[in-house]
Design a protein. Structure first.
Length: 287
C-alpha cells in the first residue's frame, strides 16, 4: 500500500476510534490529510479510489457509521447522547445521516438488534464452553503503539492472516519480542459487508522508528478502561466469544462501549488457529 495512504488510513481510524472528529468537519479532515502529505484533494481522492474503490470522504463516512451502529446496538445511551458523542450538532442531523446510510432509523435499528439478539439466544449454542465459566475483568490500560499489517475481507479467515503475518514478523523482529501479539478488529460482520472487514495483526512498536517495516501501519491504541475476557478457542469459534462479551456481559455490566476497536491479545503467535484452540484475551474499551 502507498505509504501516503497508510498515513491517511491510520489518522482517520485513530480519529474515529478516539471520537475526535466532527461529522460536519469531514471535508476539513480530508483537506488536512492532503496538505500533510503534499497532495491536492483531487490527487488524494484518486489514490483512495485506486486503493479502495471509494473516496476519502466515503471512507470516513463508513468508519463513522460503523461506530454509530455499534454504539446503538451495544449501549443503552440515548440517541441524543450518541449523536453528540459522534460529533453531530443535534439528534435530527444524526438521525438523517444514519437513516440515509443504513436505510433504517437509529431507534428502529436498536429494536431490530435487540430482537435479533433475543432470537439468537434461544437457538444458538453457548460460546465455547459453558458461559458460567467466563469471567470478564475491568482494568485500566495504558496507551499503546502497535506495528501491524492490514488485511481486508477475511473475517472468517483470521488464522490465514496470522500465517501470512509470520513472514513479515520473521523479517522484522521488533524490540519486546515475545511480550504479546495483537489482533485488532474495527468491524463486526453484522454491520459491515464481508468484503470490507478490516483486521490487523501486530506487535508492540519498538523505540527505534527506523526498524519499522515499510509496509507496516503504526496504530495508536488509546489509554483507558477496558473489559478483558480470557478464553481459549479456534478462530472460527471467536465470533461467539464476541457475542458473549457484547450481548451478554456488556448490557448488564453498567458500562458502555467507548470505542469500536476490539483487541485480541495472544502470548504466542496464533499459527494454525483454525485447527487448534489458542488462549487469548479479548478486550474492548468501555466507559
Amino acid at each position: 500500500m502507498d505509504p501516503r495512504i497508510q498515513y491517511c488510513v491510520t489518522q482517520i481510524e485513530h480519529k474515529i476510534l478516539n471520537g475526535s472528529t466532527e461529522f460536519n468537519a469531514h471535508d476539513a479532515l480530508v483537506q488536512e490529510l492532503a496538505s500533510h502529505i503534499n497532495l491536492t484533494r483531487f490527487h488524494l481522492t484518486r489514490l483512495f479510489l485506486k486503493e479502495f474503490k471509494y473516496s476519502p470522504h466515503d471512507y470516513i463516512q463508513h468508519n463513522l457509521m460503523g461506530r454509530c451502529a455499534l454504539m446503538i446496538a451495544h449501549t443503552t445511551q440515548s440517541m441524543f447522547s450518541i449523536a453528540i458523542d459522534m460529533g453531530f450538532s443535534n439528534q435530527q442531523a444524526f438521525t438523517r445521516a444514519f437513516t440515509k446510510y443504513w436505510g433504517i432509523a437509529p431507534q428502529h435499528f436498536r429494536q431490530a438488534h435487540a430482537y435479533y439478539t433475543a432470537m439468537r439466544k434461544k437457538t444458538a449454542e453457548l460460546p465455547v464452553g459453558d458461559a458460567d465459566q467466563y469471567e470478564v475483568k475491568v482494568t485500566n490500560m495504558p496507551g499503546t503503539q502497535i506495528w501491524a499489517a492490514r488485511y481486508e475481507g477475511l473475517s472468517r479467515q483470521k488464522h490465514a492472516c496470522w500465517n501470512d503475518f509470520r513472514h513479515l514478523y520473521e523479517q522484522h523482529v521488533p524490540e519486546g519480542r515475545g511480550n504479546y501479539f495483537s489482533g485488532l478488529s474495527y468491524d463486526t460482520p453484522m454491520f459491515v459487508p464481508q468484503s470490507f472487514m478490516r483486521y490487523y495483526c501486530g506487535v508492540p512498536a519498538c523505540r527505534d522508528i527506523c526498524r519499522k517495516p515499510e509496509e507496516a501501519f503504526e496504530i495508536s491504541l488509546p489509554a483507558g478502561r477496558v473489559a478483558v475476557l480470557s478464553a481459549e478457542c479456534r478462530s472460527h469459534e471467536l465470533p461467539r466469544i464476541y457475542d458473549y462479551l457484547l450481548d451478554n456481559w456488556l448490557p448488564t455490566s453498567g458500562y458502555s462501549l467507548r470505542a469500536t476497536c476490539f483487541a485480541e491479545q495472544f502470548t504466542t503467535m496464533p499459527l494454525h488457529w483454525d485447527s487448534q484452540r489458542i488462549p487469548l484475551k479479548l478486550m474492548c474499551w468501555i466507559s
